[in-house]
Every structure is written in C-alpha cells, then in structure tokens.
Design a protein around this ligand. Structure first.
Ligand code: 5AD
Ligand code: SF4
Length: 467
C-alpha cells in the first residue's frame, strides 16, 4: 500500500521548489503526496531561517506534530517527522535536542539522499535511537542525483537554476545555510525546461537565491552563460510563453540581462529587485556593495529597455544604527522608484551574522513606527498600480479555480492576481481579460470574447508612483 508523505513549506520559492523535488525523490519508494499531516507516514517541515519569527514557527509546529505522532503511535501507526531546509542546516543536532520528536534533520543540499535517510531513521526509531542528522554540503552535485520529475509541474512552475550566495550582506543567513554560489549547467536547465513544457507548463520562473549571478556552463560554444543568455535560449522553446526570474541582486544586473528585457517578449515585465534601504550609510553597513543612486540608475536603464517594467523590492527597517534621516532616505527612494508591490521587514538579528554583533540597536517601538509608515507608502503605491490596470486588456494565465463557482484565478504579466468568470477549460491557458476593477491585492475582470478586438495596453508611467 502506498505511504503518505506530507510536506509543509515555509519561506521562499526555493523552498517551494525543493519541496516538489522531495516529493519526486520519494515517489519511487512508494510515497504519495498527501494534503494533511493527520494520516501521513512521513511529515517534512521544509523550513526558513531568514528571520527569528520564521524559525520560531517551526518549533511551535513541531509541538503540534508531537501530539499527532503520539496519537498515531497509540493507533499502532509509525509516523516519521523530518525537518528540512535552512533551520535544519543552521541548527542541525540542536533541533533533535530541542524537539526529540524529530526523526530526521537534513539540509537543502542533502535532500537527494532522503530515501536513505528515511530508512536509517526508521531503523533508529525502531531501536529507540536518536534522530538522523545530515546537513553536509556533499561534494556530489545534488541536481545530478535527483530523478526526472514524475508529475506535471502545473501551468506556472519553478525551475531552480542557481543556489547559494557569496554576497554576505551583514544581516543575512543565506550564505551560511545555502552555502557558496553554484549555477547549474545551461544544458541541464534547458532539458528540464523542455520536459516541463512537454508536461503542460507555459510559464517558468527561474529560481536562485541570487539568480542573476547565474554563470552556468554554456550549452553551446564553450565558456559560461549569464542569465540574459539563458533567458534567450529558454525563450526559443516552443510552447514556453512566459519567463520570470527571482531573486536578483542589483550588483548582478548586467548589460546582457537588460538587453534580454528589451528583446525577449516572453520575459515578463515584472522584476523583484531588492534594495533593502535607501540610505548609503546603511547600505554600506549592510555590505550591499551598491549605493541608492546606483540602484536608481539600474532601474532607469531597465525602464529604458522595457518601459512597462514594474518593480518590487524587499526593505529592512531598523537595521542597527538606522537614524530617522536614514529612514527618510528609504521613503524617498520608494517614492522615486514607485513599486507595484514590495515586502518590508523589521530587522531581526540572526546569530552568526556580522550585524548581530553591531551595537546601536533600534528600539522595537521605532522599528514598528517605521515599518507602519513604509508599509502605508508601499500599500498606496500598490493600490495605485492596481487601479491603473482598470480598462486594460491583460493576458492572464489561469492557474486555479476561485472560491465562487465558475470563477478562475490567474496572473497577469505584472504578477497581479486576476479573478474572472471563465470555464474550466481555460485552466492552464493564457487568455485575454479586460480588467474591470483594481483592488488592494487583486484585479477583477471579464474574459474578452473571441471576435472582440483587443490590444494589450502598457501601463503609463504616471501609474508607477503615486503617494
Ligand atoms: N532581518 C530582517 N529581514 C531580513 N531579510 C533577510 N535577513 C533579514 C534579517 N536578518 C529580508 C531581506 C531579504 C528578504 C528575503 O528577507 O529583505 O531580501
Ligand atoms: Fe542574503 Fe544578501 Fe545573498 Fe540576498 S544577496 S541572499 S540578502 S546575503
């Protein structure tokens, strides 16, 4: 009888991708993905360590799972609990000590060895031993040991092309949990992309912690390819209609990538380009290796190449030593750039990172005030951006059913979530939709009836930045 595997994913899209690959790895061993932990034989929490809150969530979930595991044991069922991802990588043995209910702990670089770890964990749990911990950065390349995906990945899917980060921003744990920068060979990426498209995928988001640092072995002609070149090659795949990539670093936006935004229509006009702060003093303390002005110039060059490009970003408020003036600089940058949306966080000290040892902590109350002000500004820009879509016709890739019968939900080119009445046969297809209304977090519209003329309108610059 098939066993049930339940994976709960926290954090970034890299983790979402890794979770699908864990399911692929376990499929040949008789594990089917389930959607509830209750009757699972193996539960994996694929964790995030980026901020303290993310880590704490994992430990409280482990508390809940412990009760579930005890109940399963009373019914004579064996349930294994695994912790994967960046908390596993950073804390290793500590997890098994703090949460003895955990049977296996493995990092983002070792999940291709999951079947073997599960067998070892089953043995140990029968003999009453401690959990199995595997958080090496093994010499063998993980991607070479992963099976071909066994299932269709869906109409819009992720493809990991790059992992790790060498940037060492002083607040960030990623270089420690995900390790040094690594790019997959372009030929491997192309093979995986073709397979995904053959399985029905029409939109691929290329993933990497620092995706535009991509420098994989070239598929033709020797040397290496940058991300711009890779995007061009992917765009030639028949049936691949949309390409996105995330997350980028301003330092790695090169001419070739900007040119790809100009020349490749499949490359969607939306870019997540985190800046973190608008103050040069704070950017230097963060070791971002760019100024606010350099970031503005990059945005300008990208907009020159592709005028309808919309941006999102990440911001940290309350970094050690951040003054009111520094924060004002951040607000100024946000006003000048004008974002379609953005994420903002209070600085959270992460043990082992250089910023954790910097003095001059910003009081919690000040962090809260700054976060509120920044989120208000970003929220107003997002509302304006969405409102600006009203009346346009957008090509929408329908990905799932809505809550209301007969309604589908998809994404437009600018990543906005679009709701429209549409028949199920439009699922997985790109369909023209007239936008009737822009809301805070979504758009609503009506499918354009065949025969009605439509042209896709690009958003005028005035809609980029308001407030
Ligand atoms: N505190 C707060 N936010 C952080 N981020 C990364 N590390 C921290 C930290 N220590 C944010 C950054 C990054 C996003 C993924 O998470 O803005 O871009
Ligand atoms: Fe972290 Fe900076 Fe690397 Fe992004 S670029 S993953 S913030 S160290």
């Amino acid at each position: 009888m098939a066993k049930k595997l339940f994976v709960k994913t926290y954090g970034c899209q890299m983790n979402v991708y890794d979770s699908t690959r864990m399911v692929d790895v376990m499929a040949p061993h008789g594990y089917e993905p389930g959607d509830s932990p209750d009757d699972a034989d193996l539960i994996i929490l694929n964790t995030c360590h980026i901020r303290e809150k993310a880590t704490e969530k994992v430990y409280s979930e482990l508390g809940r799972l412990r009760a579930l595991k005890d109940e399963a044991a009373r019914q004579g069922r064996k349930m294994l609990i695994g912790v994967a991802g960046c908390v596993a990588q950073a804390e290793g043995e500590e997890i098994a000590r703090r949460a003895p209910t955990v049977d296996l702990v493995f990092g983002p670089q070792t999940y291709h060895r999951l079947p073997e770890l599960v067998v070892r964990a089953l043995d140990r749990s029968l003999s009453g031993g401690a959990g199995v911990v595997d958080t090496d950065f093994p010499a063998e390349a993980k991607f070479d040991h992963l099976p071909e995906e066994s299932r269709s990945q869906g109409a819009a899917a992720f493809l990991s092309v790059q992992e790790g980060c060498d940037k060492f921003c002083t607040f960030c744990v990623v270089p420690y949990t995900r390790g040094a920068e690594f790019s997959r060979p372009a030929a491997d990426v192309l093979v995986e992309a073709r397979r995904m498209v053959a399985g029905g995928t029409v939109e691929i988001t290329l993933l990497g912690q620092n995706v535009n640092a991509y420098h994989g072995e070239a598929a033709t002609g020797g040397g290496t390819w940058g991300l711009g070149r890779l995007v061009r090659a992917l765009a030639e795949i028949d049936g691949l209609e949309r390409i996105r990539y995330t997350t980028s670093h301003p330092r790695d936006v090169d001419d070739e990538l900007i040119a790809a935004h100009r020349d490749v229509p499949e490359l969607m006009p939306y870019l997540h380009l985190p800046v973190q702060s608008g103050s040069d003093r704070i950017l230097a303390a963060m070791n971002r290796k760019h100024t606010a002005e350099a970031y503005r110039r990059i945005i300008d060059r990208l907009r020159d190449a592709r005028p309808d490009l919309a941006f999102s970003s990440d911001f940290i408020v309350g970094f050690p030593g951040e003054t009111d003036q520094d924060f004002v600089e951040t607000l100024r940058l946000v006003r000048e750039v004008g974002y379609a949306q953005a994420y903002s966080f209070k600085y959270s000290a992460r043990p082992g990172t250089p910023a954790a040892d910097m003095g001059d902590a910003v009081p919690e109350t000040v962090k809260t005030e700054r976060l509120t002000a920044l989120q208000q500004l970003i929220g107003a820009q997002q509302i304006a951006f969405n409102a600006g879509a009203t009346g346009s016709v957008q090509s929408v890739l329908f990905e799932r059913r809505g809550n209301r019968a007969g309604q589908l939900i998809g994404r437009g080119p600018w990543m906005q979530s679009v709701h429209a009445d549409a028949p199920d046969r439009m699922l997985g297809r790109i369909v023209p939709v007239r936008i009737l209304d822009g809301h805070a977090n979504s758009l609503s519209g009506a499918v354009v009836v065949v025969g009605e003329t439509s042209t896709e309108r690009t958003l005028p610059p005035a809609e980029r930045a308001i407030a």
